[in-house]
Ligand binder design. Structure first.
Ligand SMILES: Cc1cc2nc3c(=O)[nH]c(=O)nc-3n(C[C@H](O)[C@H](O)[C@H](O)COP(=O)(O)O)c2cc1C
Length: 191
């Protein structure tokens, strides 16, 4: 039985453990371009993406680890080793930021963040449709000024929203159980 596009869409799941090859230039362009179809009030295009690849991923791990220690955050040697082991195999990280644009008082700030999140969802789906694994996380100094400023997103003009790791799944994972949508839906029929 063939898998329909809607079935395939619903089979998306996060895949944390990925390795090379990551997307080639054309596939990466498709993934990023899919983000451009996100709903976006006012066409503000608030999303920004930093490509972090190869040796730069190790440098980000150094930066985030040092920043976490300087900030006094609890970071055990075991947690650091696990993170480094994971990242050593990841071919591509996309840093995700939302440009806040304080001059725009017509469209609330949270709508810009929703548009950026929607762009990431588009990209997670595009990565899935191209056969890659992808995973959005907010570790690696996502909330530390030193890290996000080094990535080019100062905390005044941008809200940093984490990283999307993309690559070839290291192992096949079963699709997780999903809740029945009816749990979350009510019908409003007027007053
Ligand atoms: C904004 C955002 C940040 C996230 N940060 C983390 C994170 O730091 N660590 C983590 O384990 N999962 C994080 N997640 C959840 C995973 O990306 C993923 O959704 C979760 O593991 C469930 O897998 P699923 O997408 O297949 O349902 C985050 C999700 C979102 C939307």
């Amino acid at each position: 039985m063939s898998v329909t596009p809607i079935d395939y869409l619903m089979s998306r799941r996060s895949v944390k453990f990925v390795r090379a090859p990551g997307p080639d230039d054309e596939q990466l362009a498709q993934i990023l371009q899919a983000g451009m179809s996100a709903p976006d009030h006012g066409r503000l295009r608030p999303w920004r993406f930093a490509l972090i690849r190869g040796a730069a991923i190790g440098r980000l791990a150094d930066l985030a680890t040092n920043a976490a220690r300087s900030a006094g955050l609890p970071l055990t040697a075991e947690k650091e080793a696990n993170t480094r082991r994971w990242l050593a195999q990841v071919p591509l990280l996309l840093g995700v930021a939302c440009q806040l644009d304080h001059s725009n008082i017509k469209i609330p700030e949270h709508e810009r963040m929703l548009a950026t999140g929607a762009a990431v969802t588009q990209m997670l789906n595009a990565a899935h449709m191209l056969g890659f694994g992808a995973y959005w996380s907010t570790g690696l100094g996502t909330y530390l000024d030193e890290v996000i400023e080094t990535l080019g997103f100062d905390g005044l003009d941008y809200r940093f929203m984490g990283y999307v790791a993309i690559g070839t799944p290291i192992q096949e994972t079963a699709a997780p159980e999903r809740p029945d949508h009816r749990q979350f839906v009510s019908e409003w029929a007027g007053i």
